[in-house]
Write a protein that binds this ligand. Sequence first.
Ligand code: 5GP
Ligand code: ZN
Length: 119
Amino acid sequence: MAGEPQADCLFCKIVAGDVPATIVRETETTVAFRDINPQAPTHVLVIPKAHHPDAAALAVAEPQALADVLAETGRVAAEEKIDGTGYRVVFNTGSGAGQTVFHAHAHVLGGRGLNWPPG
Ligand code: 5GP
Ligand code: ZN
């Protein structure tokens, strides 16, 4: 069923505590943790606890949970003190765009200059 934990999903395992992660924030509906392969001085992933394959699917199935994820990106940025200099929120969607984990997640990147358009 949409939203239910998936046994083969890495991020569902992080939500369940079965795979360790450096968690920076947690709410009733979201978890934020440091990316294992950071691409910037601050690189945090914010995920919904519910399993949905990408951000658009999350928006359709549970719009409030997507809003919670986005609100959390702002709180993470403030706590990491990158809100003043600016930060980027990225939802890679589809393998051609670099998505490797098919559980919706927002990348929060900051602490260095960020080129536009991204590569
Ligand atoms: P995607 O490529 O799907 O947009 O993002 C997946 C992200 O998850 C990548 O940036 C990758 O470094 C990160 N990642 C993959 N495996 C792990 C893990 O076991 N722990 C953590 N904290 N991050 C992971
Ligand atoms: Zn999942």
